[in-house]
Write a protein that binds this ligand. Structure first.
Ligand SMILES: *Cc1c(COP(=O)(O)O)cnc(C)c1O
Length: 404
């Protein structure tokens, strides 16, 4: 039996009240909460061994370096990358995507094509548009159906010998759709294209295996999986990372500097200019350990139960429509009430202590597809409970009555 009540005791924030009501936190797709085990690691870092890494001979610097590199190894092991130097520490998903997009600006030609999906987050659309403007390459889009699934037959038609890159998220943050990335990767490789997968939304739910997927690049953020904000990673196959030019210049990323010429450091340091988020990298490792202790299979099973229960209960409300009904989806429910603006529902729910997200969820093209301004999005984590689903359903009904 999955004991969510016991797990909740690890999260101090879940004990607080909002507007005089117990907090019901259902905005996990925007950021997840942090367990005491991870908070302790952050406090320990600043209390006991805060120092800059890699350069120092003194004890604090060596302790910080060892723990930071151990964090990298935890990421490598969890995502099953072949080498630790294929894990580039970043400030998060957005940073990782921009790093790759910037690198490809020197590799693309005018006749080249980039394929993205209709289900992307803005952070996975804008960098490619900028890249196309710079290189003259063309951006193509895999369309979606009403259920919020990618139309894979259309993907087959878009692929050609001109396709150089395919970018797709593993799981859509707006709808929760789990995309068939195995098939997307295999087919892209058949025409010689590289694939970058945005794993920001998948990492709290699915343990992605870099080698089994044979993916070229994969990015994610710690704060979506119980870690702190401002840290994430880019996985890249060694060959690809060697081919890409450095992103930013500065300290840490050089081998030798003279005014005539600079040679770059080996992987991963070539892409890690400046002082990184040291504490964040260490805490990211702790967050992965924390989630693995609970177990990803157990988490997925429990969240699926929550999703089915919440879907069934919400659909009992008259005039409620759910957007994103893919067969394969995670615990995200995007919905609207007939005739009521999502923002008004979100505001009233907050008064009842219930945190949801409203708006376009950084995915305006999806909202345009459904011809709506936005949705209310409730996203569940393994520390949410059926009682909280009930609180949401009651809250939505109350809001409906007040706004009708
Ligand atoms: C959250 C999210 C991002 C952006 O992550 P940052 O940590 O803000 O860089 C990108 N893509 C998806 C699918 C997300 O859910």
């Amino acid at each position: 039996m999955f004991n969510a009540e016991k797990i909740r005791q690890d999260f101090p924030i879940l004990q607080r009240q909002v507007n005089g009501k117990p907090l019901v936190y259902l905005d996990n797709a925007a950021t997840s909460q942090t367990p005491q085990q991870v908070i302790d690691v952050i406090v320990d870092y600043y209390s006991n061994y805060n120092a800059n890494i890699h350069r120092g001979v003194h004890t604090l610097s060596q302790e910080a370096t060892d723990k930071y590199e151990a964090g990298r190894h935890t990421i490598q092991k969890h995502f099953n990358a072949k080498h630790a130097h294929e894990i580039i520490m970043t400030a998060g998903t957005t940073h990782g995507i921009n790093l790759v997009a910037n690198g490809f600006s020197s590799l693309l030609k005018k006749e080249d094509e980039i394929i993205v999906s209709a289900l992307e987050h803005h952070s996975n659309i804008v960098p490619w548009q900028m890249l196309c403007e710079k290189t003259g390459a063309t951006l193509k889009v895999i369309p979606m159906n009403m259920a919020g699934e990618l139309i894979m037959d259309d993907y087959d038609t878009l692929l050609s010998k001109n396709t150089k890159l395919v970018f797709v998220n593993h799981i859509s943050n707006a709808l929760g759709t789990i995309n068939p990335i195995e098939e997307i990767i295999t087919k892209a490789h058949q025409v010689g294209a590289a694939v970058l997968v945005d794993g920001a939304q998948a990492c709290p739910h699915i343990k992605a295996d870099m080698q089994a997927l044979d993916v070229d690049f994969y990015v994610a953020s710690a704060h979506k999986m119980c870690g702190p904000t401002g840290v994430g990673f880019l996985y890249g196959k060694e060959d690809w990372l060697n081919k890409l030019p450095p992103y930013q210049g500065g300290g840490e990323m050089i081998a030798e500097v003279t005014f005539e010429k600079t040679t770059y450091a080996d992987l991963p340091h070539k892409f890690e200019a400046g002082t990184p988020n040291i504490c964040g990298g260490i805490a990211f490792g702790a967050a992965i350990d924390y989630m693995n202790n609970i177990g990803f299979d157990a988490i997925a099973k429990y969240e699926h139960e929550l999703l089915e229960y919440a879907t069934a209960e919400l659909l009992k409300i008259e005039g409620l429509k759910i957007y994103g009904t893919a067969k394969n989806k995670t615990s995200v429910i995007s919905f609207n009430l007939e005739g009521i603006h999502p923002y008004d529902i979100g505001t009233l729910l907050d008064k009842m202590g219930i945190a949801v997200r409203t708006g376009h969820h950084c995915a305006q093209p999806i909202m345009n597809f459904y011809n709506i301004p936005g949705t209310v999005r409730a996203s569940f984590a393994f520390y949410n409970t059926k009682a909280e689903v009930d609180a949401l359903v009651t809250g939505v009904k109350k809001a409906q009555m007040m706004l009708a």
